[in-house]
Write a new protein. Structure first.
Lengths: 595, 595
C-alpha cells in the first residue's frame, strides 16, 4: 500500500526563502498570513491529506462510483465523511472572499493544499477542486443575488460545483455546442441537451450540486459567439435558500475510465432544466474561462502531485528492496544483497523525478503568487504585470507539468520492476490517475496552441518579453558567481534557445499558420524547461544565501538536485529548438488518406 | 472498438526491397521461402490475427483470467478456440526444426507474425510466444530424449510452455533463488519453491504445460553459479508420451495487473514436483538465456506492435473526428468542422508514431535476419558476425522499442482527447498492455546495463566496432547523394554522438563503475536512435533506387516520414550524449536516507 507525506518543509522553503512571501504583505489577506499561521495551516492540511484522504485512495480505485437506477450516484465508501471533514475544516473557502464565509487567505495557500490533496487522493480532491472553480466563476461573473444564494453554501462545502462544456460531438471546439436555452417569462431559462465527461456530475457528498453549463440561447449566433453560461442547481433553492424541488438534470450514465475511478464522470442529461444566466448573454465562454484558467492550474498541479507521491513510494521501495550489489562493491556485505538505491540507474530515475518535483512546486508557488498579485494588488501596473505572467504561465503549468508528471509516475513505477505492474502496490493506479491530467481542461496540444497563438503575441508580446528580460537579468547577474554559475550558464543557454524559437515563430508563423501548430508542443516544452531551470536558479540562490543551509546535508542535497536538473534536463532545450526550427514541411506532407 | 490491419505491404517492402531476403537463399530453410510463399504466409497470418485474435482483445481485458478453487485457470471466452486455430495453422512451429514437426522456415517470418499477433491480441499471443521460447530452449539445451518427448507436442501447439525465474524476493538478482531441487535415484529431481509473475503459468488452452524452472540443486554453490534449469511438466508424460499423472505444481494465485488481463500471470507453487535437469547442472542461467534472449526480442516487438495498432486507430479517429478548422482555412467548408487530421499538432503526433513504427519494424527484420544467419549459416565468420550483431541489438530492441513504443501508445491515446481515457474506445487498454513490456524479461534499466557493461566491451568491442563501421560506411557513401543526403548527414551526426559517448564510457567507466550505470539508459537510447536512423537511411535508399516507387504517392509519403524522423527524432542524440557526459557526480550525491 502506498503512503504519502506532504512536502510541507519544501513548501515553507519556497514561501519563505525563495519567494519571500512577506514582500507581499500589502496584498489583501496577506497580512493575516504570518509565518506561524502559514505553517500551522499547511501542517493541518497535510495531516488531513495524509490521515483522512490518502487511506481512501485505493478503495476509491477499487470500488469506483456506482449509479442507481434513479440516476443517483454513490461515491466509494468513506468519501462522503472525508469530504465533509474537508469542508468543515474550511479548506474549500481558504482563499475565498470573507463576505461569503471564506477565510480570504492567499490563493497560494489553497494552491499548495491542492497539491497535497491531489497527491493523497486525486479523485476525492476533484470534487473540492471543481467546487472551488465554481466559487471563482460565480464570484467573478455572478450577479449579487447569485453570489448571495450560492457562494456561502459552496464556500462552506455544503453544496458542490461542476463545469459542463463537453458534448458528444464537441470538446475542444465549443462553437459546436447544441445544448439549448429557452428564455422564460420569469427571467429563467429552460436548458436541454446532453453533456459528457462531467466530473463530479452527481454524487452523495453534498446537499446540492451547482452546475455551470454552457448552452446556446434560442436564436443566438452560430459558433462560440452564441454561447452563454448558466447556473443550473440540482435542487432549485427555495425562498429560504435551502435545496427545494428536483431540477430537470440527472446523471444518465457513468463513464468507464482508465483511472480516477473515485470521481464520478457523468453523462449529464438536461431535460427542460431550469437555469439562470451568469454574466452577459452570448459571452459565456469568457465567463467560463475564469473557471477554466483556475482549473488548468489545478490540473497542472495534479501532474506535480502524482509525480510527488509516486516519487515518495519509489524512493521508499528503492531503500528497502534488495537486489544485486552496488557496482563499486557491496554496500551492505552482511546482507544477501544491497538495496537497489545503490544502483546508479535507479538513482538517475529518482533524481530525475525529484529534481522536477521541486522545480515544479516552485513554479506553482510562483504562478499562484502572480494570481494573488493580479487579483489583490491595488497597484495597477503591478497587477497587470502579474496578470501577464499568470496568463503566460497557465498553459505551461498545465501542459508541461502534466506531461512531465506523467512520465515521472511511469518512471517511478519502473523502479518497482514487476511489482509496479501489480495493482496491490498502488503504482499502476498513480499512472492511470495521472494520465487524465494531460487531457482534460484542454488537451496539452490545446495548451501549446494557447501559448503559441494567443499568449505569446498578446499585447505585442509584452508578457513574454518581460519574462525573458527577468530570466536574462538573473542569468547575467549570476554569470560569474562561482556557486550560481552552474545554474546561470545552462539557464542562459536554454533562454537563448527559447528566444531563438520565439524569433523563428515570429518570422515563420505569420506566413504559414501551420508552422505555429507544428512547433507548438515543442515550443511549450522548451518554455517549460527554461521556466523550471529558472526555478532551480532561484532555489539555489536561496540555498547559497544562507551559509548554514548551504553547508547542511539538506542544502547540499538540494544543490545536487539542481545540478542534476541543469546537467540532464536543460540540454533538452536544444532538441526542442531543433524540432521547432524543423518546420512543418515533413509534418504536413502526407494526404489525410495516407495516414 | 479498435480495429487492426496487419502491415503486410510494409513487411514485404522490408523483406524484398530493403533487406533483399533472396541474398540469404543459401541459408537452411530460405530456399523454400520464395517471394510467393513469403507473401502467402504473411497474408494468411494477417488474416488470422485480424479476424480471429483481434476481436478477442477487448473481451480478454474485460473478463481476464479466472482461477478455480482447485488452482485451474480459465482464460477469457474464445481464447481456447482461437489458440487451437493458431496452433493448427502451424504458427507455433513456423521456423522450428522439421525433425520435430516444424516448418523450418526463416525465423524472420515467425518474427513478423509475432508482431501481427501482439498487435491483434498481446495477451493471447503471449501463450504462443512462451511456447516458442520453450521450444528454442529445449532444442538448444535439452537432451535427445527430452527433445523427442516435448518438442513435437510443443511445436504442434498441443502443449504449451512457460519460463519460471522470478521469486518473491528476487527478480533481476537470480543468484538469490531459493527454489530447491533434490536429486532422486531415478535421475529426476524433486522441485520445491514458489515462483511469481509466471506468464501463462496455468490455463485451458493446451493439454499440458511444460514449465522450465530455475532452481538450486541441494548443496549447489551459492549465487548464480548454483542455478540449474529443469523441465517440469504439469502432467508427467506416460510411456506413450501422453499427459499422465498430475505433477506437484499448481497455480496458487492470479496476479491483479494493470493490463494484459487475458494472460494468466500466476504465482506457481512447486511442491515436490518431479522435474528433469536440462543441460548441465549449475549452468541453468546459460540455458535460460537462450529462452530469455529470444523472449527479449519478442517483448521488444510488443513495443512496436502496440505502437502500430494504436497508431492505426488514432489515424482513423483523426480522419473522422471533426473539431475546429485547419489553421490555413477550412478544409471542408461545407461541414460544421474539419477532421482533426488537419491540425499540425495532431499530424506531429501521428508522424512521430508512424516514423518510429516503420523504422522499428525494419530494425526487427534486420535483427531477426541476423538470428537466421547466426543459427543457419555454414560460414563460421558470417555466423559469428551475425551473432555479434544479434547480441548487440537484442537489448536495444527490447529497451528502446518498448520505451518508445509505450510513449507512442500514450501519444496515440492523446489524439482521442477525452475519449482516449474511456474504456470503450480501447486506447487505454493499449496503454495498460504496453506498459509491461518495459518491465518484463529484464527491466529496460537491465537492458541498458547489459548493453553497456556486457555487450559493448565483449570481445574487445568487436560487435560495436563492426556496427559503427557499417553505419559510417553507409553515411559516407551517400554523403553527397542529393536524395540521400538528408538521411546520411543526420545519421553521421548521430553516429558521431554515439561514438563520442562510447569513448566517454571507455575512458571513465573503468575507473568508476558508477559512470557506466549512470550513463546506461541514455546510452541505450542514443544507440537506439542511431540504429533507427540507419533503418530510415536504408528504407530511403530502397525507395529512391526504384524511380517509379520514389515518384509514387506511397514512395513520397515514405520519404516524408523518413525526413520527419531525421529532423525531429535524430537531434535527440545530442541530448543523450550530453546526459552521458554529465557523469555520475550529481546522480550519486545524495545519501540513501535523503531520498
Amino acid at each position: 500500500m502506498p503512503s504519502y507525506r506532504a512536502p510541507v518543509d519544501h513548501t515553507l522553503f519556497l514561501l519563505r526563502d525563495v519567494f519571500r512571501m512577506e514582500r507581499h504583505a500589502g496584498l489583501r489577506g496577506f497580512a493575516d498570513a504570518t509565518p506561524d499561521v502559514v505553517e500551522a495551516i499547511l501542517r493541518e492540511g497535510a495531516r488531513l491529506c495524509e490521515e483522512v484522504l490518502q487511506p481512501l485512495n485505493r478503495v476509491g480505485d477499487l470500488q469506483g462510483c456506482r449509479r442507481g437506477e434513479d440516476g443517483s450516484v454513490r461515491t466509494p465508501d468513506g468519501f462522503a465523511d472525508a469530504y465533509r471533514e474537508y469542508a468543515r475544516g474550511g479548506w474549500m473557502g481558504l482563499s475565498a472572499d470573507p463576505a461569503f464565509g471564506g477565510q480570504g487567505l492567499p490563493f497560494v495557500l489553497s494552491t499548495m493544499m491542492n497539491e497535497y490533496t491531489a497527491s493523497a487522493n486525486v479523485s476525492l480532491g476533484m470534487y473540492a477542486g471543481l467546487t472551488m472553480g465554481t466559487i471563482a466563476a460565480l464570484a467573478r461573473h455572478g450577479d449579487e443575488a447569485q453570489k448571495r444564494l450560492y457562494l456561502p453554501k459552496l464556500v462552506a462545502g455544503e453544496w458542490s460545483g461542476t463545469m459542463n462544456l463537453t458534448e458528444p460531438h464537441c470538446g475542444t471546439d465549443l462553437g459546436l455546442i447544441r445544448t439549448r436555452a429557452t428564455p422564460q417569462t420569469d427571467g429563467s431559462y429552460r436548458i436541454t441537451g446532453t453533456k459528457i465527461f462531467i466530473s463530479a456530475g452527481d454524487h452523495d457528498l453534498a446537499d446540492n450540486i451547482v452546475h455551470l453549463v454552457l448552452a446556446r440561447i434560442d436564436g443566438g449566433p452560430e459558433g462560440t459567439r452564441g454561447i452563454s453560461l448558466f447556473v443550473v442547481p440540482k435542487f432549485v433553492p427555495g425562498p429560504d435558500g435551502e435545496p427545494g424541488a428536483r431540477n430537470g438534470v440527472s446523471c444518465g450514465a457513468l463513464e468507464h475510465k482508465m483511472g480516477i475511478h473515485g470521481n464520478a464522470t457523468c453523462v449529464m442529461n438536461y431535460d427542460d432544466a431550469t437555469g439562470w444566466l451568469v454574466g452577459e448573454a452570448n459571452r459565456g465562454l469568457n465567463a467560463m474561462f475564469v473557471m477554466m484558467n483556475e482549473a488548468r492550474l489545478v490540473v497542472g498541479i495534479q501532474g506535480l502531485a502524482l509525480s510527488e507521491v509516486a516519487y515518495q513510494n519509489a524512493a521508499a521501495y528503492a531503500r528497502e528492496r534488495r537486489q544485486g550489489r552496488a557496482p563499486t562493491g557491496p554496500a551492505e556485505p552482511d546482507k544477501a544483497a544491497d538495496p537497489i538505491i545503490v544502483h546508479p540507474d535507479v538513482r538517475r530515475a529518482l533524481m530525475g523525478i525529484r529534481s522536477f518535483n521541486e522545480a515544479a512546486r516552485a513554479l506553482v508557488v510562483w504562478t499562484a503568487l502572480q494570481s494573488d498579485v493580479a487579483h489583490r494588488s491595488d497597484d495597477a501596473v503591478q497587477a497587470r504585470d502579474a496578470q501577464d505572467r499568470l496568463g503566460l504561465l497557465t498553459p505551461v503549468v498545465k501542459g508541461v507539468l502534466t506531461d512531465m508528471g506523467f512520465d515521472n509516475v511511469v518512471a517511478a513505477q519502473q523502479v518497482f520492476g514487476g511489482h509496479g505492474y501489480i495493482a496491490e502496490w498502488g503504482m499502476e493506479q498513480f499512472v492511470r490517475d495521472a494520465r487524465i491530467a494531460m487531457i482534460y481542461e484542454g488537451t496539452n496540444g490545446v495548451q501549446a496552441l494557447d501559448l503559441v497563438a494567443r499568449k505569446l503575441p498578446k499585447d505585442g508580446g509584452r508578457a513574454a518579453m518581460a519574462f525573458f528580460a527577468e530570466l536574462s537579468g538573473w542569468a547575467k547577474a549570476h554569470a560569474v558567481d562561482e556557486g550560481l554559475k552552474p545554474f546561470a550558464a545552462p539557464l542562459a543557454a536554454g533562454l537563448d534557445h527559447l528566444q531563438q524559437a520565439t524569433l523563428w515563430l515570429m518570422r515563420n508563423a505569420p506566413a504559414n499558420p501551420d508552422e505555429a501548430g507544428a512547433a507548438a508542443t515543442d515550443y511549450m516544452h522548451l518554455f517549460g524547461r527554461v521556466a523550471l531551470g529558472y526555478m532551480w536558479g532561484l532555489m539555489a540562490q536561496a540555498t547559497l544565501a544562507d551559509p548554514e543551509l548551504a553547508a547542511s546535508p539538506e542544502g547540499q542535497a538540494r544543490l545536487a538536485l539542481g545540478r542534476f536538473f541543469m546537467e540532464r534536463v536543460m540540454p533538452e532545450t536544444a532538441l526542442r529548438l531543433a524540432r521547432v526550427a524543423a518546420g512543418s514541411r515533413a509534418t504536413m506532407a502526407l494526404r489525410p488518406e495516407q495516414f
